[in-house]
Design a protein around this ligand. Structure first.
Ligand SMILES: NC(=O)C1=CN([C@@H]2O[C@H](COP(=O)(O)OP(=O)(O)OC[C@H]3O[C@@H](n4cnc5c(N)ncnc54)[C@H](O)[C@@H]3O)[C@@H](O)[C@H]2O)C=CC1
Ligand SMILES: O=C([O-])CC(=O)C(=O)O
Length: 307
């Protein structure tokens, strides 16, 4: 299996590193527009192989898409990250152009690839890659839900002083302040979270999750990369190993949840064909309202792209 990661910055290099040391692919190509950066990081990851004991070959490329030819999965992380005071939506004008060019280049050499978009604003960049590639929606998906859910699970694990492994959760909607965590579908070792955490505390954790990206931007002056890079690698793994994992991912909705015009995070089964199935939950009235608000926000940003 061959995987390309476009963008050798913080998220892309982390993703390539996880793909390598966990031997998720045989070959990982890291590509960046900045001279030498991808080659250097790919070489550094390769030199770690004898220490961490893996044999995934990592190859770097400065904008030479020939090297990416025949990739099974392509992860697109190229684009600006936000700085303190910015919203993800503020990145649209620069990142839309980058995602468009990158997608066009990638598909010339890997026409059968599954595309995983990471660049922000996530839902709208997934839309951009979809229109630029004209691939079926099941093969153009965005990473955000695994990250947002991981933050929510990590905060809950901290609150309850239990292993994060035992927190199961699902979260829907756009990757932004309007995301929709679903406490009704959150369990701790099979126990409904509402039996273990009081309503006020749970609400505070949900609020922290919604602004989880911003919390890190404020601390570091740029956005997160360890969890985002690992989350993208986990999606790659589900695809290349045909694991049929159930994850929230961003996909174009075509009638599911009564929505047919928007890219939103929803739970799906992820396997060798990309999205094998969109899972439709029976949302209650409040959850439907939150999802409608999220859709409205994403549609507003999609409209900026359409202009
Ligand atoms: N979906 C999500 O949950 C998350 C999304 N992000 C987004 O991921 C993107 C990348 O973030 P970082 O890695 O922290 O940024 P970074 O600045 O560290 O890396 C971005 C890389 O993209 C490269 N690049 C720019 N234009 C390119 C082009 N045309 N072709 C190839 N490479 C190009 C840059 O040279 C740079 O090395 C940002 O848009 C950020 O907002 C970050 C974290 C989570
Ligand atoms: O906050 C950002 O700009 C990056 C991102 O999407 C996240 O970490 O959730």
């Amino acid at each position: 299996m061959k995987v390309t990661v476009v963008g050798a910055g913080n998220v892309g290099a982390t993703c390539a590193d996880v793909l390598a040391y966990r031997e998720i692919a045989n070959e990982v190509v890291l590509l960046d527009i900045k001279e030498g950066v991808a080659e250097g990081k790919a070489l550094d990851i390769w030199q770690k192989a004898p220490i961490n004991l893996y044999d995934t070959r990592t190859i770097g490329s400065t904008n030479d898409y020939e090297k990416t030819a025949g990739s099974d999965v392509v992860v697109i992380t190229s684009g600006l990250p936000r700085k303190p005071g910015m919203s993800r939506d503020d990145l649209i004008s620069t990142n839309a152009g980058i995602v468009k060019t990158v997608t066009e280049n990638v598909i010339k050499h890997s026409p059968e690839a599954i595309l995983i978009i990471v660049s922000n604003p996530l839902d709208v960049m997934t839309y951009q890659a979809h229109i630029s590639s004209k691939f079926p929606r099941t093969r153009v998906i965005g990473m955000a839900g695994i990250l947002d859910t991981a933050r929510y699970r990590a905060f809950l694990a901290e609150e309850l002083n239990v292993s994060p492994k035992d927190i199961q959760a699902v979260l829907m909607g756009g990757h932004g302040d309007t995301m929709v965590p679903l406490p009704r579908y959150t369990t701790v070792g099979g126990i409904p979270v509402t039996e273990l955490v009081d309503a006020e505390k749970l609400e505070a954790i949900i609020e922290r999750t919604k602004f989880g990206g911003g919390e890190l931007v404020k601390l570091m002056g740029t956005s997160a990369w360890y969890a985002p890079g690992s989350a993208a690698a986990q999606m790659v793994e589900a695809i290349v190993r045909d694991q049929r994992r159930v994850f929230p991912v961003c996909i174009k909705l075509e009638g599911e949840y009564g929505i047919d015009d928007c890219y939103l995070g929803v739970p799906v089964i992820l396997g060798k064909n990309g999205v094998e199935k969109v899972i439709e939950l029976d949302l209650d009235k409040d959850e439907k309202e939150l999802l409608a608000t999220s859709r409205k926000h994403v549609l507003e940003v999609m409209a900026v792209l359409d202009k």
